[in-house]
Design a protein around this ligand. Structure first.
Ligand SMILES: Nc1nc2c(ncn2[C@@H]2O[C@H](COP(=O)(O)OP(=O)(O)OP(=O)(O)O)[C@@H](O)[C@H]2O)c(=O)[nH]1
Length: 414
């Protein structure tokens, strides 16, 4: 179910704008112009239905942030919005446990707000590890992070931190202080970098040193970023958000580079990378199948290119489902590849034959038209240490399957 966001804002124009942002973030805005209205609307549903609240500091019936107190006391993560950026308002807002505080100064705040909303939802799945030997400074960071929905882990030193990282693959960010047990912080960062790249695990060093020397040392040891103490809350959160967004962006770009655009299956390049990365030597028992749809040109010519695309997507989905335990790819056009490591020739043939029949029996509906398609398959089961050699063998067998009438598997008699 779409999570709700309580938006409390006295200006009708700003309320409409913020509600639109909330909707764009895939969330459901519940708007109110005053504290009274907000209290009434909030009581109409259960608190668990809400992700957070965006609350104007000054409202007609709550002139000094009482609406912030209401949402914070209702355990709603609260983003405060203010008309002014003066020190007294800022201090009054930050004295409360708000997630963030946004002055309505310029158009950029709306961009910041939408990023914040997206992050709040994502953070529920993001692990953050705080490493600091001193309880007070560790707890200060943990308290700030909690407001942002992160899954938080704490460690006093290097050994404990490694154990936690080994156990929890969803940790994307490590924040570490100058003082940690077992090891100097910079040596620990350098060790972590042997295991985790900057694109998969962000490391932020928190430095108490007044000179910039330690900060530079952190960066040279492999940290993504540095925070100098005393830091202000906004800077702490901005740096965290920025580093996590960078990891997300790299992940998105990597996924796009590895996927076939039309079908979402891994592409040829990623297929080779995955197989070669997984096996130093290809196993003695293995099978590789090249699948090519039959008379596909005729489908394009008869029903149009969009119908052809639809058929490709449909078959790709069948492949992804039928071979979710092995390596698959769209090689291009109407050609797909499946690599089955540790499969005997007999077992591989049974799997492919079952799939061939599945495609043959499928009725693909596009624009109320029923389309049938079949597939020819070249299946190589050669022991080989070279994936290209296997492919070339499968290609010859595919050619034979086509030449022998299509809709069949080409195999070598053993
Ligand atoms: N709709 C669509 N068509 C594509 C795509 N990629 C390649 N094709 C078309 O796929 C057709 C492949 O035709 P052919 O190589 O002659 O093969 P075929 O008609 O399947 O015949 P056989 O393989 O011999 O059974 C060509 O017309 C390509 O334009 C795509 O992404 N979408």
């Amino acid at each position: 179910m779409q999570k709700k966001v309580l938006v409390v804002e006295q200006s009708t124009h700003s309320l409409a704008l913020m509600s639109k942002l909330v909707r764009n973030a895939g969330l459901n805005p519940v708007g109110a112009n005053s504290l009274t209205e907000a209290e009434f609307k909030f009581r109409q549903s259960t608190p668990e239905e809400y992700l957070c609240a965006i609350v104007d500091y000054r409202l007609p019936d709550a002139r000094h942030g009482e609406a912030l107190d209401f949402t914070i006391n209702a355990f709603l993560p609260t983003i405060a919005v203010t008309d002014s950026n003066d020190a007294s308002t800022r201090n009054a807002v930050l004295a409360r446990q708000v997630v963030d505080y946004i002055p309505k100064e310029n158009g950029q705040i709306y961009d910041y707000l939408s990023r914040l909303l997206v992050r709040l939802e994502k953070n529920k799945k993001v692990g953050v590890l705080v490493i600091d030997a001193f309880r007070h400074s560790r707890q200060t960071m943990v308290a700030l992070l909690k407001r942002h929905h992160f899954i938080i882990y704490e460690a006093l030193g290097a050994k404990e931190a490694i154990d936690i990282l080994d156990l929890h693959a969803h940790i994307q960010l490590v924040i570490l202080a100058d003082s940690i047990e077992d090891q100097p912080s910079t040596a620990f960062i350098a060790n972590l970098r042997k295991e985790y790249s900057k694109e998969e695990l962000a490391i932020i060093g928190v430095s108490e040193h007044e000179s910039g020397l330690l900060s530079a040392h952190y960066i040279k040891s492999g940290a993504n970023d540095v925070l100098r103490k005393p830091y202000c809350y906004e800077e702490f959160m901005c740096r965290i958000t920025q580093n996590l967004e960078l990891i997300d962006n790299v992940k998105t770009i990597r996924e796009a580079a590895n996927k076939d655009f039309l079908t979402g299956l891994p592409n040829r390049r990623h297929f080779f990378y995955s197989v070669n990365h997984s096996f130093k030597n290809l196993p003695a028992k293995q099978a590789l199948a090249l699948l090519d749809l039959d008379y596909f040109k005729a489908i394009n010519d008869t029903y149009g290119h969009d119908a052809g695309d639809h058929v490709l997507k449909h078959v790709a989905q069948l492949i992804a489902q039928a071979f979710d335990d092995v390596y698959v790819a769209r090689f291009g056009g109407e050609e797909f590849c499946v690599y089955l490591p540790q499969f005997s020739p007999e077992k591989a043939f049974i799997r492919l034959e079952k799939f061939r029949k599945l495609v043959e029996g499928s009725v693909i509906v596009f624009d109320n038209i029923e389309i049938n398609v079949t597939t020819s398959i070249g299946l190589s089961t050669r022991p080989s240490h070279n994936i290209e050699a296997l492919l070339s063998d499968a290609d010859k067998l595919l050619y034979e399957a086509k030449a022998n009438g299509r809709n069949q598997i080409g195999v070598r008699d053993n």
